[in-house]
Design a protein around this ligand. Structure first.
Ligand code: ADP
Ligand code: GLC
Length: 492
């Protein structure tokens, strides 16, 4: 199958979160299964420039008040996957990917319209059209919206189907209605069956409506998002697409996340020989500034965007009780000021028990995975979550809220079987209770070892998830052309 990915981030070119890990890894697994895979990403300031492509000097993008131009760079072939970078410096040569000082860039609609239009125009410069375009999140939602509204008569795409993956329903790409003409779309699309959403344009909604198949990143989240509690207002739209909506749990890339081979950690270790883990624990505590670390005391690790989604307000509610326990907490992240402030104030008050580094730091992320005993994810909602899966591989026991992918991937430990600890109620006391439960097991080293090994032996590698995507692609390809437009196309 010929598959083209369009996404706003992907490792090793750009990353703010788990989307980049997925876009970096799933194409490799598809290529290994014999498919022809290309990935299209924006070329940001953080992205190493690719080589110029002589036959793609530029495409013209009629957006906003005039013409914009993008060129395509060759990002190279790795593990059978060819990456191309959409270079449009006026939109992407900036410090951050989506925001500046915590605020969305005001021209995000134009930026990702330019990306989406450039993707389609570049595809048209290939000898053969893709059979599947696989788009991710609102930033690439204009690809199916354009395809099913502006490109409906284009013979080049006549046999192309679109799969759209929702990685996080909390980010929808909401804009005022007047952006429609600026991004080249007719105002007739601004209806309840189209892009309108409580008086705004909702690009994610368009992605859901105009794609042939919609997926999200865990089974539980696929169910949750069809309910008012988790649907962020789109539950009704998702219900209308229920027969074409599937949850596929993310895999992880063990080339990057395996304590036996990880070059970023103090010592390597494996289920056969766990000695290196204690070396990693000591190195982590020292690096974080703990003097004379007590290695029998459990370390709870956190690596996260500091966003409301991630549930850190629960920690605020029980911080004093947590700090009265015999444990360390080591946190890494950046994001909303109130959580950065919470963690900074706990570090100031309990410098020998709580340490935070407010930064984006991939090396430290690996070192926390390796050096911690437990990994905390009290998320309000979690479409999939990757760190709990990395944690299991590193013998670092996940302690998490039973939601979305956290619920799908962690099996509760019963003293013999299971891989972690979960709590259901979104209440500080429930979080505290599950941490007590985990610490009690930690005090029984033989039982704890069984728990660590249970997690380390789990296999969440990509091939099995990739197979499920291939089935979805096949289903999307079988979609009769007349069904391809879910919402009334309005191009006139
Ligand atoms: P989300 O995509 O919602 O942020 P995931 O658990 O799917 O959550 O993925 C987060 C990814 O981003 C993981 O690879 C994690 O290690 C990484 N990450 C998050 N915050 C940081 C940080 N401050 N420094 C380094 N890596 C981070
Ligand atoms: C999103 C979700 C996260 C998921 C990631 C990759 O950022 O918040 O749960 O793991 O996408 O799919």
């Amino acid at each position: 199958m010929r598959i083209t990915f369009a996404a706003s981030e992907g490792v090793p070119f750009s990353k703010t979160g788990g989307l980049a890990d997925v876009v970096g890894a799933l194409p490799k697994a598809l290529a290994a299964a014999g498919h022809e895979v290309e990935v299209l990403l924006p070329r940001y300031r953080m992205t190493k420039p690719g080589a110029p492509l002589p036959n793609c000097r530029s495409v013209t993008l009629p957006l906003g008040n005039g013409f914009h131009f993008a060129s395509l760079q060759d990002g190279g072939v790795a593990d059978g996957v060819h990456t191309y970078l959409v270079d449009c410096p006026e939109f992407f040569d900036r410090d951050e990917l989506y925001t500046e000082k915590g605020q969305d860039y005001p021209d995000n609609h134009l930026r990702f319209a330019a990306f989406s239009l450039a993707c389609l125009e570049f595809m048209k410069r290939s000898a053969n059209p893709p059979e599947i375009i696989h788009c991710h999140d609102w930033q690439a939602a204009l690809v199916p919206i354009y395809l099913r509204n502006l490109y409906t008569g284009d013979p080049f795409f006549a046999d192309t189907s679109v799969v759209f993956t929702i990685h996080n329903l909390g980010y929808q790409g909401l804009f005022p209605p007047h952006i429609l003409p600026a991004v080249g779309l007719h105002a007739g699309l601004f209806t309840i069956d189209g892009l309108e959403f409580y008086g705004k344009v909702n690009l994610l909604k368009g992605g859901i409506l105009f794609s042939d198949f919609v997926t999200t990143v865990s089974h539980k989240y696929a169910e949750e998002i069809q309910t008012p509690e988790f649907g962020c207002g789109l539950e009704g739209v998702l219900q209308t697409r229920a027969s074409r909506l599937e949850g596929i749990v993310n895999g992880v890339d063990y080339d990057a996340w395996d304590p036996a081979t990880d070059k970023l950690i103090a010592a390597n270790y494996s289920p056969q020989d766990l000695k290196g883990k204690e070396v990693c624990k000591k190195a982590l505590l020292e690096k974080m500034g703990v003097t004379r670390p007590v290695l029998t005391r459990p370390v709870i690790g956190i690596v996260s965007r500091f966003a409301t989604q991630k549930g850190f307000d629960l920690i605020a509610g029980v911080a004093e009780q947590l700090m009265a326990m015999d444990l360390y907490i080591v946190a890494l992240g950046t994001g909303e000021p109130q959580y950065e402030e919470l963690f900074r104030s706990l570090t100031a008050k309990y410098p020998q028990k709580f340490r935070v580094k407010v930064a984006y730091d991939n090396t430290l992320a690996h070192q926390i995975e390796a050096g911690a005993d437990m990994f905390l994810m009290p998320s309000r909602y979690e479409p999939c979550g990757l760190n709990q899966i990395y944690s299991m591989k590193y013998g670092t026991v996940p302690v998490a809220r039973a939601t979305g992918g956290l619920d799908d991937t962690i099996e509760p430990f019963n003293g013999r079987t299971g891989t972690g600890f979960k709590f259901a109620d979104y209440q500080p006391e429930a979080l505290l209770g599950v941490i007590h439960q985990a610490v009690n097991f930690y005090r029984q080293p033989k039982v704890w070892r069984v728990l660590m090994l249970n997690g380390m032996q789990k296999d969440f590698s990509w091939p099995s998830s990739a197979k499920q995507y291939i089935k979805v692609y096949e289903a999307a390809l079988k979609t009769p052309a007349k069904m391809k437009t879910a919402a009334p196309a309005s191009n006139s």
